[in-house]
Design a protein around this ligand. Structure first.
Ligand code: TXA
Ligand code: MG
Length: 331
C-alpha cells in the first residue's frame, strides 16, 4: 500500500465496531477510514484500478469528479460487497438478479432504476433515476467494501482522457497527489473495464463492451442483447431524455431574480435561500447541484434563475449540465 502523499488520514474508531480488527489489515482500515472521511482511495479490481469515493456523499463525489478532471458529469458505478447490498439500492428485475447471481463478483455492471430512498448521491448518477452497480472480484477491495458498509463509486483511476490504469504504479503516476490511499493489489487480471448491461427499459441492453463477452451474457439471458453503445446515442437535445431535466424552466447566467423566479445563487450573486456555493467554490457547487435542482422541482418552482458559474474546473461540467437542463424539451 502507498498511503499519505502529504495528507493525514483520520482514523475512524467507528470501524472497530463494524468488523473484528483482527480480520482487517491495516491498509484496509486506512482506506476505509479515508473513504468515510470523504477522501479519495484508489483500489484494485479484476478489470482496472478504481478511483473510489463514498457514494453517499455529494462532497466526496464532487471531489472525485474534480480529481478526475472530466468536463462533464458521467454517471458513476457504485461498487458494493455483494448482491444483497446491490438489491437494496436498485430495483432488479428477475433477469438482472439472475445475471448478478451468475457473474458477481465479476466484470459486469448492471444498470437498474434506483430504489426508493436510495442513499447514493444524485451527483454520482449525474441526476439520472437509474443506478449502475457492480461487485468487483478482488479480495482486497471486497474487504474494503465490507469495512465501509456503504456503496463506493469508482471510475477508472486515471485523469480524464488518459489510459485506464492496471497497476498501482499507473495510478500513482496519474493521480497520486490527489489520493489519500492507494491500495496495491498487483496488476489487474482483466485489464479492460466491466461490461455494462442496462435493465432500465423492458429489454436488457448492452451499453458498453467489457470484460464479460457478449455471447456469454446472451447465453445466460437466453436471448440476444440489444446493443446501444454510448457513442451511438444521439448527441442532440434528444440525449437529454436520458438525463435529468427539471420540470421548471431554467434561465442561466442570471445576476438577479426577476418576478416569480426562484434564484439559485453562486458566489457574489446570492439572493434568497438557495445557493450552490456562497464562497464561489465550484467543487462545493457541483456537490449541491442535482440535490438543489431536485429540491426546487419538488417545491414546484416555475422558473429557476441560475447565477453565472465560472467555466473553470468543475464549472465546465456544471455549465454543461445546466445548458442541457435549460435546452428546449422534446415532450
Ligand atoms: O471496470 C469498471 O467498470 C471500472 C472499475 C473501476 O470498476 N469502472 C469504470 O467506471 O469503468 P467508468 O466511470 O469509467 O465507467 C462507467 C460506465 C460508463 O460507461 C457510464 O456511462 C456507465 O458506466 N453508467 C454508469 N451509470 C449509468 C447509468 N445510470 N445509466 C447508464 N450508464 C451508466
Ligand atoms: Mg474510464
Amino acid at each position: 500500500m502507498q498511503a499519505g502523499f502529504g495528507k493525514t488520514v483520520q482514523f475512524c474508531p467507528d470501524l472497530l465496531y463494524r468488523a473484528p480488527v483482527m480480520d482487517i489489515s491495516n491498509e484496509i482500515l486506512l482506506g476505509a477510514s479515508a473513504l468515510l472521511g470523504g477522501e479519495l482511495v484508489a483500489f484494485p479490481t479484476e478489470t482496472v484500478y478504481g478511483l473510489g469515493a463514498d457514494a453517499t456523499s455529494d462532497k466526496a463525489v464532487a471531489r472525485l469528479y474534480a480529481a478526475k478532471g472530466r468536463p462533464s458529469f458521467n454517471p458513476l458505478i457504485s461498487h458494493v460487497a455483494d448482491a444483497g447490498a446491490a438489491f437494496v439500492l436498485g430495483r432488479f428485475p428477475d433477469q438482472a438478479k439472475a445475471l448478478a447471481a451468475r457473474f458477481w463478483p465479476g466484470p459486469l455492471t448492471i444498470v437498474v432504476p434506483r430504489a426508493a430512498n436510495c442513499p447514493v448521491s444524485l451527483l454520482a448518477t449525474a441526476g439520472l433515476s437509474s443506478l449502475a452497480l457492480r461487485v468487483p472480484d478482488h479480495a482486497l477491495t471486497l474487504e474494503l467494501l465490507r469495512a465501509v458498509q456503504r456503496p463506493v463509486v469508482a471510475p477508472s483511476a486515471n485523469p480524464s482522457g488518459r489510459i485506464s490504469p492496471t497497476t498501482a504504479e499507473h495510478v500513482r503516476a496519474g493521480l497520486g497527489d490527489k489520493l489519500a490511499v492507494i491500495i496495491d493489489g498487483g496488476p489487474c487480471e482483466i485489464g479492460v473495464e466491466s461490461s455494462v448491461v442496462s435493465f432500465v427499459d423492458h429489454r436488457a441492453k448492452l451499453l458498453r463492451h467489457g470484460g464479460l463477452a457478449r455471447d456469454v451474457l446472451e447465453q445466460a439471458l437466453g436471448h440476444r442483447l440489444d446493443v446501444e453503445l454510448a457513442s451511438q446515442q444521439p448527441h442532440s437535445p434528444g440525449q437529454m431524455e436520458s438525463h435529468y431535466a427539471p420540470h421548471a424552466q431554467l434561465r442561466l447566467n442570471a445576476e438577479l431574480p426577476q418576478a416569480g423566479e426562484t434564484f439559485l445563487g453562486f458566489g457574489k450573486h446570492c439572493h434568497g435561500p438557495y445557493t450552490l456555493s456562497k464562497s464561489g467554490d465550484v467543487v462545493e457547487a457541483a456537490a449541491n447541484l442535482f440535490r438543489l435542482l431536485h429540491e426546487l422541482d419538488d417545491r414546484d418552482a416555475a422558473t429557476i434563475a441560475v447565477a453565472p458559474i465560472p467555466n473553470e474546473g468543475l464549472g465546465e461540467a456544471i455549465n454543461d449540465r445546466l445548458r442541457r437542463a435549460a435546452a428546449p424539451r422534446l415532450v
